[in-house]
Ligand binder design. Structure first.
Ligand SMILES: [Zn+2]
Length: 157
């Protein structure tokens, strides 16, 4: 399963523009509160942690781990009808617990994918210079301390 979803164009708004502008330049930038340093994603009008509206964007490492995933088999999402089956995953960035981004994990095999697999960001070119942050597996060893099912082995693509 290596087919990319035929996704719709991102709806760039004033609130999300810094995220997409950074992605155009190959950077992953996440909204961060100037008051308490909490990351918010997707971007908000007020900080989730302290309700401050003093928000900016900060570059992050683009490194994280698979937090959850599913394989979509139903053709119920507009623009993705021809892509089934495809992976949809949540990645937790290293910068903050529960700082989650949605990705398709291009190249990942659902039969060997496990929660906790290490990933890093790549940028998938779309139309008009837009780039979609996606995550791919690091192919590194899982953390030895992981308590998650299936953890502890060598990851193979
Ligand atoms: Zn805050």
């Amino acid at each position: 399963m290596t087919t990319s979803p035929s996704r719709a164009t991102p709806d760039v708004t004033d609130l999300t523009r810094p995220f997409w502008d950074a992605a155009r330049e190959g950077r992953l930038a996440i909204q961060r509160c100037a008051g308490c340093a909490h990351y918010n994603h997707p971007p908000r009008t007020a900080c989730d942690a302290c309700l401050s509206t003093n928000l900016a964007f900060a570059d992050v490492s683009g490194k994280g781990a698979v937090w959850s995933f599913t394989v979509m088999h139903q053709k119920s999402v507009a623009g993705f009808e021809d892509a089934v089956p495809y992976l949809t995953a949540l990645v937790e960035l290293d910068e903050q617990p529960l700082l989650l981004l949605v990705t398709n994990l291009p190249g990942a095999d659902p039969s060997t994918l496990r929660i906790g697999h290490r990933v890093h960001v790549i940028f998938e070119p779309l139309q008009d210079g837009l780039q979609l942050p996606q995550f791919v597996l690091d192919h590194a060893r899982l953390p030895l301390s992981s308590h998650l099912e299936g953890a502890g082995g060598e990851i193979t693509p």
